[in-house]
Write a protein that binds this ligand. Structure first.
Ligand code: F6P
Length: 462
């Protein structure tokens, strides 16, 4: 029987747990020589772990020693490009965690607060890390952040290479949470606008929760975070209406980083990378790369979104904007001003930063999702061109196609093929919805890559 969690983002129980975790962070702040916070996750969750480890910069600014480190499945390459397969490996997760706590400058930490993020409570990589912490309670205290409406719904198939399941790890954590030897932060958020797209609500909530923990580790006052609704809807509409070919993000500082994070996630989610910065063997993400490789190809059909704040070099922004304007009139800015000067001197900037970062993240998520909807990468509220590059995505794709099990079976493939076949979901979907052959579906999709239009064309001709 399924019992849905009564906990929401602001439930008393959640705020209480956040404050308990903040207290652990506060102890680490007092004893940075011997202790450490490690944040970890896969895909967007890992990118947010990395992003949040930027808390170190604020600490340094306030004359504290840095205390945060991060792990992302697939290593640093995964920060800006999709590396989905390592997400399936619990042993690798544990190894990476062990490694981060034993690199020379961090060696011998006596206390590690491990914060694992898995929005769906599903990533084997994170489960392996949590299990490692549970087996070494003398050093590690595990915290799990996720948004599965109910623990009994979290993934229960054995993790590759062992008998544990994500659910069994969570159940152990629930028991230890009673004595604060582990912490579970799992509020229900409600469904994502695009089914399974945890980069949106899930990612934003991860950011909010971790910021609350870090902010409260300074003040010990529960932060009441009532986020207003930002008037970003109109901006999104304007950008998307103007845009015919591609959207480029051109950003500065942490807002630029959010642009990279948003773009990186489009590939596995929508099977599509045109929103991505150009990417060769080396990442080409600097402004110079933009000038060399993107600007010359820009046309009036392309939209450019500038992401910056008044703490960035506004003259440089103006110069770049001028050069972009020579190529396209579709140039938009998400510009943030620092809130109130006086207060800013008294409170660490971090408290202000998160509001502007979060509003930028929401804006970017809406722009990139909207753009992919316009491109036909969403059918009903399903991502139908997701890349089938790990076991979760394989199951997601199979569920999507479950309406005709026979067809799914004929498309079942071994893991090697899973990685190399692209467009398998749109292909199967066209077959399922129209009853045409795979060959015909292939031809239709070649002529019309937008799935819903390919389906319509197929139905009309039959
Ligand atoms: O592997 C694909 C993916 O769904 C990403 O899109 C997502 O960011 C990542 O997994 C992590 O998911 P979770 O936070 O649920 O572990």
């Amino acid at each position: 029987e399924t019992e849905f969690s009564p906990q929401r983002l602001l439930s008393e129980e959640i705020v209480k747990t956040l404050m308990e975790v903040a207290e652990r962070v506060r102890l680490i702040l007092k004893d940075p020589q011997d202790s450490l916070v490690v944040l970890s996750g896969c895909g967007t969750s890992g990118r947010l772990a990395f992003f949040m480890s930027g808390f170190n910069r604020e600490l340094q600014r306030l004359n504290y020693a840095p205390i945060c480190s991060y792990v992302i499945a697939g290593g640093d390459r995964a920060l800006f490009s999709s590396q989905e397969a390592p997400e399936d490996d619990p042993t690798l997760g544990a190894l990476r965690l062990k490694k981060v706590s034993t690199i020379p400058c961090l060696r011998g930490k006596k206390r590690v607060l491990f914060i694992g993020v898995s929005c769906g409570l599903s990533a084997p990589f994170v489960a392996g890390q949590l299990d490692f912490c549970l087996r070494h309670p003398d050093v590690y205290t595990p915290v799990l952040v996720g948004f599965n409406p109910c623990v009994s719904l979290c993934r229960n198939e054995p993790l590759p290479g062992c008998t544990l399941t994500f659910r069994s790890v969570v159940t152990r954590m629930e028991e230890l949470a009673k004595t604060q030897k582990a912490f579970l932060i799992n509020p229900a958020l409600g469904p994502e606008a695009i089914s399974g797209s945890s980069r949106m609500k899930g990612g934003s909530a991860t950011k909010i929760l971790l910021e609350v923990v870090f902010s409260a580790s300074f003040s010990r006052t529960p932060v009441t975070f009532k986020y207003a609704q930002w008037g970003y809807g109109r901006a999104v509409q304007k950008i998307l209406c103007a845009c015919g070919r591609q959207v480029c993000y051109l950003g500065w500082g942490s807002l630029g980083l959010l642009g990279l994070i948003d773009a990186s996630e489009c590939k596995p989610t929508f099977g599509h990378s045109e929103l991505l910065f150009p990417q060769g063997p080396e990442f080409s993400i600097s402004h110079d790369d933009f000038l060399d490789r993107v600007l010359p190809r820009l046309t009036d059909d392309d939209a450019v979104l500038l992401l910056y704040s008044d703490s960035d070099d506004v003259d440089e922004v103006a110069k770049l904007a001028h050069r972009v304007r020579e190529k396209t009139s579709n140039i938009h800015g998400a510009y943030h001003q620092t809130d109130g000067g006086t207060a800013a001197q008294q409170v660490p900037c971090y408290f202000f930063l998160y509001k502007r970062e979060l509003s930028t993240k929401l804006l970017l998520n809406a722009v990139s999702t909207g753009a992919h909807i316009l491109k036909g990468k969403v059918f009903k509220n399903y991502m139908i061109d997701l890349q089938v590059t790990n076991s979760k995505l394989y199951r997601r794709a199979a569920r999507l196609l479950q309406v005709r099990i026979a067809m799914v079976d004929s498309l079942k493939m071994n893991q090697h093929l899973c990685v190399s076949v692209v467009q398998v979901v749109p292909l199967a979907l066209v077959c399922l919805l129209t009853g045409c052959s795979i060959k015909e579906a292939e031809t239709r999709l070649e002529q019309q890559p937008i799935v819903r239009e390919a389906v319509e064309a197929c139905l009309k001709s039959s």
